[in-house]
Ligand binder design. Structure first.
Ligand code: CA
Length: 222
């Protein structure tokens, strides 16, 4: 999952980005409204953290513009604690959720997890696919109850496929959603990670759909 953080306070921006990267997301950052709007307009983020008080273009205007242009990316806004009007304006502009400053990073992480799973049609923080169980809260994966050790790149890849299970996901889509914009993107590396995941999860866990991409499909239970 790839996220964008738009926050002009450099310390806060750095803290949020560090926490999100630590939690296994690929993260891009912007420090003003114009840059944030541009990135959100041109890159396929899975969710965006958007401060309301921003230089060059305020957060409400950024959000309104995205929504007017049909961008449906889930957006979590950061509001000032005592500005209830920020929250109302934010929701009316198309925000999906908010966190008031100052906040605990755990709350931002939990709200983002909820936005990400709801955006892909999952109600529970544990995703299941046959014997594979992925706990998005703890970042843990088990097969038939046995813990599997994954590297952060392997986890990212599996988490994306688990969120989108039952749908063919192209290699280009994976590259766009697993790496931040500074990463040296090479879609061949996806193949390498899929190969490693198959070794750990079982060779039939991820299907290759020739010419289209990869498919994670729960085995028939009947
Ligand atoms: Ca601000």
């Amino acid at each position: 999952m790839r996220l964008l953080v738009v926050e002009d306070d450099p310390d806060l921006n750095r803290q949020i980005v560090a926490a999100l990267e630590e939690a296994g997301y690929a993260v891009d950052r912007a420090f003003d409204g114009e840059e944030g709007h541009f990135l959100g307009d041109t890159e396929p983020y899975d969710a965006i953290v958007l401060d309301i008080g921003l230089p060059k273009m305020d957060g409400i205007s950024v959000l309104e513009q995205w929504r007017r242009d049909g961008r449906t990316t889930p957006v979590l806004i950061l509001t000032a604690r005592d500005r209830w009007s920020d929250k109302v304006q934010g929701f009316d502009a198309g925000a999906d959720d908010y966190v008031a400053k100052p906040f605990h990073m755990e709350e931002v992480l939990a709200r983002l997890r909820a936005l990400l799973r709801r955006a892909t049609g999952h109600a529970s923080s544990e995703l299941l696919c046959g014997p594979i169980r992925l706990d998005t809260r703890a970042g843990r994966v088990t097969i038939d109850g046995h813990a599997i050790k994954l590297t952060s790149h392997e986890y990212r890849l599996l988490a994306y496929l688990m969120h989108h299970q039952g749908r063919v996901v192209s290699r280009t889509e994976l590259v766009e959603h697993l790496y931040d914009q500074d990463f040296d993107r090479d879609s061949n590396t996806i193949e390498v990670f899929v190969g490693r995941l198959r070794k750990k999860l079982g060779s039939d866990a991820i299907q290759t759909v020739r010419g289209l991409g990869y498919l994670l499909l729960a085995p028939e239970t009947a």
